[in-house]
Design a protein around this ligand. Structure first.
Ligand SMILES: Cc1cc2nc3c(=O)[nH]c(=O)nc-3n(C[C@H](O)[C@H](O)[C@H](O)COP(=O)(O)OP(=O)(O)OC[C@H]3O[C@@H](n4cnc5c(N)ncnc54)[C@H](O)[C@@H]3O)c2cc1C
Length: 452
């Protein structure tokens, strides 16, 4: 099965630009044999490779990535390691699913924390919690729903009015907000690099090694530009790019979203906004709203705008439009910081399923997948990779049952019907500006909220 589209973001990743140059591992050349071939070195692939190598120390694990570690979506995101699901329904089944998600997200974050501490990964790990805020000072239905979700999940939170928010954030833009502890803020490129640089010795990582052709069997054979890998087991951890493979078509939607970072604020500029501590804020609608961070090194991050990206390529023209929109968003929050320039802007891919359920588990004999992140992938895809490795290597882990309970993705129609459906839903979300609802209602499936 040939791969037609490889992910391409034709601009820099601001988080990587803040880090020293990293020695990229050599692309795979020639013929290799492996017990496990893991395709994709994002959070899912890195977690799978690590755990399976620990479970089976005699096995040889090969991990390949089309690009370079830290410059994939895993290294390009806004850096919120999310600890709780964003929304909770009211039926018994929805409550159970929200509880499963909470356990999984918190386990993913705990695994990452253990690795960060053990390997001293310098990724600016900050246990700062997060704000969810709206411009309106009223407790709107969307804010009420979020507060109810936190109550249901037994997560403590503070309701903050405009004045309290202005003091904590250094901007008077927001009218009402909810703060909950538990979320971790970090530099995602530094985390991803650190995870890759401290893999167990029986894992071989090859970057700039796209899998171009899959022939599943016993063993499976995978072609790359410079070589071939014969592997007893294959793990697909390529997120939305997996939609091109048999058994994974018509389940995943590829979208792009965009982010910018300013220059660091000078001490005098920090004084203008009241010297706030670093913070992270997510909007009520991931599509219409903007995710904002004030980082530990005094930069402002803006993540905003979502586009359908079926061929996995981001265009420079889209990014240019984005830079000026991000600038407007920055100035609307911080009009007193007009002299602070944007330093970096970039795009990143993200994948969704129609009903919010991941594609996780065994696809066929000796073939596994952990794809369809639906956002929140720092913690979610980490635990998806770890639990899948335990499942595949026969190690008992109670969280496997939590993953299985999430179910699988529902059917999405092929293009061009899909294109029309996604376009209509993105437009609707922007017009409503408050729903956070993404895909679907193309038929009868319940829409899910998304948080990036
Ligand atoms: C701008 C932005 C902001 C976001 N903010 C957040 C946030 O704050 N918090 C959060 O939790 N999540 C956030 N996300 C989502 C998060 O980044 C994803 O959920 C996460 O990266 C998914 O991890 P993954 O390992 O499943 O996939 P990815 O990180 O996409 O990794 C998949 C890997 O597969 C590789 N690949 C694809 N095809 C092939 C092939 N044929 N051969 C070899 N390799 C291949 C890719 O190069 C890539 O490295 C954000 C995403 C973006 C774009």
């Amino acid at each position: 099965m040939r791969v037609r589209h490889l992910p391409l973001d034709d601009n820099v990743n601001g988080w990587s630009a803040l880090l020293p140059t990293r020695q990229i591992t050599a692309p795979l050349q020639g013929k290799h044999a492996a017990d496990w071939l893991v395709v994709g070195a994002g959070y899912a692939g890195l977690a799978f490779a690590r755990r399976v190598a620990e479970n089976r120390p005699q096995d040889h694990v090969v991990l390949i990535d089309a690009g370079t570690v830290g410059d994939n979506a895993s290294g390009r995101n806004s850096g919120f390691a999310i600890d709780i699901p964003h929304s909770v329904g009211s039926t018994v089944a929805e409550l159970r699913t929200a509880d499963n998600y909470k356990r999984l997200l918190q386990a993913g974050t705990a695994d990452l924390k253990a690795l960060v501490l053990h390997h001293r990964i310098a990724c600016d790990w900050r246990e700062q919690g997060k704000f969810q805020a709206a411009v309106s000072p009223e407790l709107t239905p969307a804010m009420q729903a979020y507060a109810r979700a936190l109550e249901t999940l037994k997560v403590p939170f503070e309701l903050l009015d405009k004045a309290a928010l202005a003091k904590r954030l250094g901007t008077g833009y927001y009218g009402l907000g909810i703060f909950s502890p538990g979320c971790v803020l970090l530099n995602p490129a530094a985390l991803t690099r650190g995870l890759a640089d401290h893999l167990p010795a029986n894992v071989s990582l090859f970057e700039r090694t796209p899998a171009l052709d899959f022939n599943f069997g016993s063993p499976s054979e995978v072609q790359t530009p410079g070589g071939e890998i014969r592997a007893r087991h294959v793990v697909i951890a390529t997120n939305g790019a997996a939609a091109q493979l048999p058994g994974l078509a018509n389940q995943l939607v590829n979208l792009s979203t965009y982010a910018s970072l300013t220059q660091p604020l000078t001490p005098e500029q920090r004084q203008r906004i009241g010297h706030p501590d670093d913070w992270g804020l997510t909007p009520l609608s991931a599509v219409a709203g903007a995710t904002i961070r004030y980082t530990h090194d005094h930069r402002v991050l803006i993540r905003q705008q979502v586009r359908h990206t079926p061929q996995l390529h981001n265009r420079a023209a889209d990014s240019e439009r984005q830079v000026s929109q991000h600038r407007q968003i920055f100035l609307s929050r911080f009009p007193e910081l007009r002299d602070v320039p944007m330093a970096h802007s970039w795009s990143g891919l993200i994948s969704f399923t129609r009903n919010g359920a991941p594609r996780w588990g065994q696809l066929g004999p000796n073939v596994y997948a952990a794809v369809g992140c639906n956002g929140a992938g720092i913690s979610k895809q980490t635990i998806a990779g770890t639990t899948l490795a335990d499942l595949a290597s026969g190690v008992d882990n109670p969280l496997i049952a939590d993953m299985q309970a999430l179910g699988g993705p529902s059917y999405i129609p092929p293009r061009p019907v899909l294109d029309l459906g996604v376009k209509a839903m993105l437009n609707k979300a922007i017009q409503n500006g408050s729903s956070g609802v993404l895909i679907t209602r193309m038929r009868r499936i319940r829409p899910k909220r998304v948080v990036f």
